[in-house]
Design a protein around this ligand. Structure first.
Ligand SMILES: [Zn+2]
Length: 284
């Protein structure tokens, strides 16, 4: 079984500044690994609230160099490497995050990038394995031109994430055949802006990709004001595909190709996470 915990469902400047929705990113838990995707502002606190231990993270992935996706990356690298004392884990990120791109970034210092066991710069089309997961970076069309989405394959099925992008046919193609499609939808109906998806765009992608479940997240202020549930219902009605607007702290599980949505992190997962690193490791 794989689980995806929503440590935040907010996106864009104003939802982030106000924390009207959290911006802690997504936390993927498989049978043998744990991956934190896009650790934005407050990620560390949201992990603690969910009962998840950041020292047990095996990989941190940052899809692009905007603050709602990267701000907590360094402190979570410190956690993943047990206070920078153990060379462990993987940091995988867009070029902009690791090296900087034009006026953006880098978002991770050379010091922090030198601490994980492995660092990968990801471009669309690149794929790699983390234990039982195969992850491929997918194409996006965003204001950070090196931004990526992610397609995550496991024995229980495929979770695909558009990342921040505008609507293009090339984006559909990247996510075909997935079981669960996570769409970064910043704007509601009739309020499209460049570089992001609006509700109508989410419906178009879902219609083309035909996942078993479409999940909307990364909500901007206007989207939140327009009632995320109403937006999800509109997509579901347009497409005939089950569509859920994510909420902070929810988790999604995928088991043998069957997705289901839960209120929060299961007690078993939280308990497993609480086997923390020996505090002596920190103090030495
Ligand atoms: Zn962005």
């Amino acid at each position: 079984m794989i689980s995806l915990v929503f440590l935040g469902t907010g996106g864009g400047r104003f939802a982030t500044i106000s924390q009207v929705r959290a911006t802690g990113g997504l936390y993927l838990i498989s049978d043998s690994t744990r991956v934190h995707i896009d650790p934005g502002p407050g990620s560390l606190i949201r992990l603690k609230e969910a009962g998840l231990d950041p020292t047990k993270t095996n990989a941190i992935i940052v899809t692009h160099c905007h603050p709602d996706h990267y701000t907590d990356a360094e402190v979570l690298i410190e956690a993943m490497t047990h206070g920078c004392k153990k060379r462990r884990g993987l940091l995988a990120a867009s070029d902009s995050v690791l090296k900087g791109h034009q006026t953006l970034g880098p978002a991770v210092s050379d010091y922090h990038a030198s601490k994980p066991a492995e660092v990968k710069a990801l471009k669309p089309g690149d794929s790699f394995r983390i234990d039982d997961l195969k992850i491929r970076a997918t194409k996006t069309f965003h204001s950070d031109p090196s931004a990526i989405g992610l397609r995550i394959e496991s024995k229980d099925g495929v979770i695909s994430m558009t990342g921040d992008t505008s609507l293009k046919e090339e984006v559909f193609k990247e996510h075909m055949g997935c079981d669960v499609l996570v769409l970064s939808v910043t704007r509601p109906l009739q309020a499209r802006i460049p570089h992001h998806l609006a509700t109508e765009d989410a419906a178009e992608i879902a219609k083309a990709v035909k996942p078993k479940l479409a999940l909307l997240t990364h909500f901007g202020m206007r989207f939140i004001g327009a009632n995320p549930e109403v937006q999800a219902n509109w997509v579901e009605k347009e497409t005939g595909i089950r569509t859920v607007s994510a909420w902070d702290g929810m988790s999604l599980t995928l088991k043998e190709g069957v997705p289901s949505v839960q209120k929060g992190v299961s007690k078993k997962q939280a308990d497993q996470a609480k086997i923390a690193v020996d505090l002596d490791d920190y103090i030495q």
